[in-house]
Design a binder for this molecule. Structure first.
Ligand SMILES: NC(=O)c1ccc[n+]([C@@H]2O[C@H](COP(=O)([O-])OP(=O)(O)OC[C@H]3O[C@@H](n4cnc5c(N)ncnc54)[C@H](O)[C@@H]3O)[C@@H](O)[C@H]2O)c1
Length: 354
């Protein structure tokens, strides 16, 4: 196969993560882009000549091998179904897979029936530090895994749609907490079976962001079906730059990972400089700028893996299939249900819960 011909839907934050990663993937070429704003600016920055205001036109007119879906959460279903219906053989869908189980199920079923590869973009699974941590666990370095604590937190989403529950599907748990939710089953190679959640309720019930209709703080205790315990958290009340931390406790040791603030660089700057880490307010004084966030957060290796799957006609790895995305969504929605009803929720299978 010649270079994998890619069409990106979206032109802002996530689309940039994908475009930067395709730039480092010699086996792929971003051939076209579709978006409803920032289209020419994005096209110019990445040298993409074929630009469409309507993604249906792009899917129909271009002979694409792969679509990267980087639009707001509530649009994932319609864009994925349109790509599959137009005969595109492989689709990367950003997290969360969808905003409802019904939508997620329809996406998985449509792609399965059409023999379309649906790949779920959980970048944590490709973060070099987390891949190394799993390798150490698999070598028996910390004995049996007993408990995993994982969080993604920052000071609030840049994206207007993410601040509205109706477009996002919730608040900080579905938008950022879904990273640890997707990571845990991959790490221990088991499914999440039970959740007990607690969330701020959105708007006036929020701790800080009263203008967000989804919650700005969320956490859950979880039990995996191999007996591993977990604690997952996603919140928008953490200032000082994105703070993603993971602790893995085993019978013979433990591993602590600072995914976003653990840079080997320590900079003291009186004048400030361009960029330190995602969502950091300042670059004055002492800072720890990321060396390469596209790599350290997993995006570069994620895109390279998905392009390989297209070239070699192989299945995406554990944690990144459409079904894995559906499991992460089912767990997240169960956390909301648990929080709302003050009760523990059982998740009986990959696709749903009772
Ligand atoms: N994996 C990650 O770490 C990560 C990080 C950020 C965002 N995301 C995910 O990526 C997706 C996009 O998030 P974002 O932060 O880039 O959002 P954003 O609000 O910054 O951008 C949304 C983009 O969607 C485009 N769009 C909206 N409606 C469209 C339509 N009908 N047709 C074509 N394009 C349309 C807009 O033009 C815009 O470019 C979300 O699902 C989000 O959860 C993932």
């Amino acid at each position: 196969m010649e270079k994998v011909k890619v069409g990106i839907v979206g032109s802002r934050f996530a689309a940039q993560l994908h475009a930067e990663s395709y730039k480092r993937c010699p086996a792929a070429i971003v051939h076209s882009v579709s978006a409803i704003d920032n289209l020419d600016e994005f096209g110019e920055s990445y040298g993409i000549a074929n630009r469409y205001g309507d993604y249906h036109d792009m899917f129909e007119k271009e002979d694409l091998d792969l679509a990267s879906v980087c639009v707001p959460n509530y649009l994932h279903r319609e864009v994925v179904i349109a790509a599959a219906s137009a005969g595109i053989g492989a689709i990367i869908c950003e997290k969360p897979l969808a905003t409802s189980i019904e939508d997620g199920l329809e996406m998985v079923r449509t792609c399965r029936e059409g023999q379309v590869k649906l790949m779920y973009a959980e970048d944590w699974i490709f973060a070099p530090a987390l891949v190394r941590a799993k390798q150490i666990c698999q070598e028996g370095g910390i004995g049996d895994i007993l408990y995993v604590k994982a969080k993604e937190t920052h000071n609030g989403s840049h994206s207007a749609f993410a601040q509205k529950k109706e477009y996002c599907g919730g608040g900080s748990m579905i938008h950022v907490g879904i990273h640890p939710v997707g990571f845990l089953p991959w790490l221990v190679e088991a499914k999440i079976a039970q959740v007990m959640g607690m969330v701020t309720g959105g708007s006036e019930l929020n701790l800080l962001h009263k203008d967000y209709t989804g919650e700005d703080w969320a956490a859950a205790l979880v039990l995996l079906d191999d007996g591993t315990r977990g604690f997952v958290e996603g919140n928008y009340i953490a200032c000082g730059g994105m703070d993603d931390k993971i602790e893995i406790y085993g019978a013979e040791g433990n591993i602590h990972i600072d995914l976003t603030q653990g840079s080997p660089l320590k900079v003291y700057s009186r004048s400030g400089y361009g960029y330190a880490i995602e969502k950091a307010d300042f670059t004055h004084g002492w800072t720890s700028p990321a060396v390469d966030e596209f790599m350290s957060l997993g995006y570069v290796n994620e895109i390279a893996h998905f392009v390989d799957c297209v070239r070699n006609d192989t299945e995406p790895q554990r944690g990144t299939t459409g079904e894995d995305g559906l499991h992460a969504l089912a767990v997240t929605l169960a956390i909301y249900e648990s929080a709302e009803n003050d009760c523990l929720i059982q998740i009986h299978d990959d696709l749903g819960r009772t």
